[in-house]
Design a binder for this molecule. Structure first.
Ligand code: FES
Ligand SMILES: [Fe+2]
Length: 389
């Protein structure tokens, strides 16, 4: 397989050199920033409109709605939506609002249906959003039916994921947004052949960028996770690649330590690494030895101090894994359990408190270091989008 960007083993050796020298890849400068980025409703509105209303973000893996009529509902930053598999296999995203007098047509979080039927006066819509029936049509009058379909948002399935731009007037081109490098990297992981085995959702009183930042940060491991993650992963050592809207970095596991002194030659060292992809603007995709974790962060539709985090385990199918169903389930349950314990006990308390701290009337400005290179890219890209009219 031809590799995209710098070959894996070369990146591992660069990270290993950093480990030997107590260095890491660095951004070109420090960046000072203000607490209002995390508390100001005007900033949050610009982010919803100019980030989520403009670029594709992942809402799920396609395996979560495999059959026609399978749907889930979701609060996006700008729209409450239904994401639904069509009879032709494509996916549509519909604004979850009846075009009669605005009731929410679908209340369930997830399900399979043949049509969406409004609870208020029972108008119904096809799963592609087309208005099907106006109840007591003979007395209603001419409602201009063709303009009473559910509103659609631009949606595309690519690399196994469902992507949505949260604005009905926008267009979508996921490959263009990913750019040639990240598009090829995602293709190389063959994520479309895998399935979501676990989804966990957290609504936290924390700005979405504070949340996202914690999962691009290789600097906090030893300090915030001394007895968990830091036992396995080295702190403040990464081999980094910048792809513009996106980036990728490799962290070293402690199992690599024998190769600090000894020369590994051309030995394959990939098992001693984790690789993180930042899929701008709001997801982190981690490659683990036997699966992927996708972490997604979405702002609350009105409150800058709240967000929603979704964790997905993207795994080989039971058949591809070669495991019995029972062992397969046990494996992923265990995986999620460990991950969630670290988040709950270690990351979230710090993040909730930093949100409160930043809301202080006299909260001072802050600074991102050169070593916090993925966080620098994340902030740079959000700022770029927000700054564009
Ligand atoms: S609001 Fe939906 S049928 Fe009246
Ligand atoms: Fe953490």
């Amino acid at each position: 397989m031809t590799e995209v960007g710098i070959p894996t083993e070369e990146r591992i050796r660069r990270a290993l050199d950093h480990l030997r020298n107590d260095t890491t890849d660095e951004y070109e400068h420090l960046t000072w920033f203000e607490p209002n980025e995390f508390v100001d409703p005007a900033v949050a509105k610009l982010e919803r409109d100019r980030v989520f209303g403009r670029v594709p973000t992942i809402v799920a893996h396609g395996s979560e709605i495999p059959k026609p009529g399978d749907f889930f509902t979701l609060q996006m930053p700008r729209n409450n939506v239904i994401v639904v598999r069509q009879r032709d296999g494509s996916v549509k995203t519909l604004v979850n609002q009846c075009r009669h007098r605005g009731a929410m047509v679908e209340k369930e979080e997830k399900g399979r249906c043949r049509l969406f039927s409004c609870p208020y006066h029972r108008w119904s819509y096809d799963t592609d959003g087309t208005l099907r029936t106006i109840t007591r049509d003979n007395t209603f009058g001419d409602a201009d039916r063709d303009n009473r379909n559910l509103v659609q948002l631009p949606t595309e399935e690519r690399h196994g994921f469902i992507w949505v731009v949260d604005d009905a007037d926008a267009s979508i081109d996921v490959a263009d947004w990913l750019g040639p490098e990240m598009d090829a990297i995602l293709a190389s992981h063959d994520l479309g052949s895998k399935v979501t085995t676990r989804v966990n959702v957290f609504e936290e009183p924390v700005n979405w960028k504070l949340m996202q930042d914690a999962f691009l940060d290789g600097y906090h491991i030893q300090y915030a996770h001394p007895n968990t993650a830091a036992k396995h992963i080295h702190t403040n050592v990464m081999a980094f690649e910048d792809f513009g809207h996106h980036c990728r970095f490799m962290n070293l596991r402690k199992t690599i330590d024998r190769w600090i002194e000894e020369d590994p030659g051309d030995r394959d060292l990939v098992e001693h690494t984790t690789e993180t992809h930042f899929l701008g603007p709001n997801s982190t995709l981690l490659r683990q030895p036997d699966h992927y974790q996708l972490l997604t962060f979405r702002p609350h539709p009105t409150d800058p101090q709240q967000s929603r985090m979704e964790i997905r385990l993207i795994c080989p199918t039971v058949e591809d894994s070669g495991l019995t169903e029972e062992r397969y389930n046990r494996l992923w349950d265990k995986n999620v359990e460990i991950l969630i314990a670290v988040l709950h006990n270690e990351d979230f308390p710090i993040l909730r408190d930093s949100q409160r701290a930043m809301a202080s009337a006299n909260a001072g400005n802050m600074v991102l270091g050169r070593n916090e290179v993925a966080n620098q890219v994340f902030r740079r890209e959000v700022q770029k989008l927000v700054g564009q009219d």
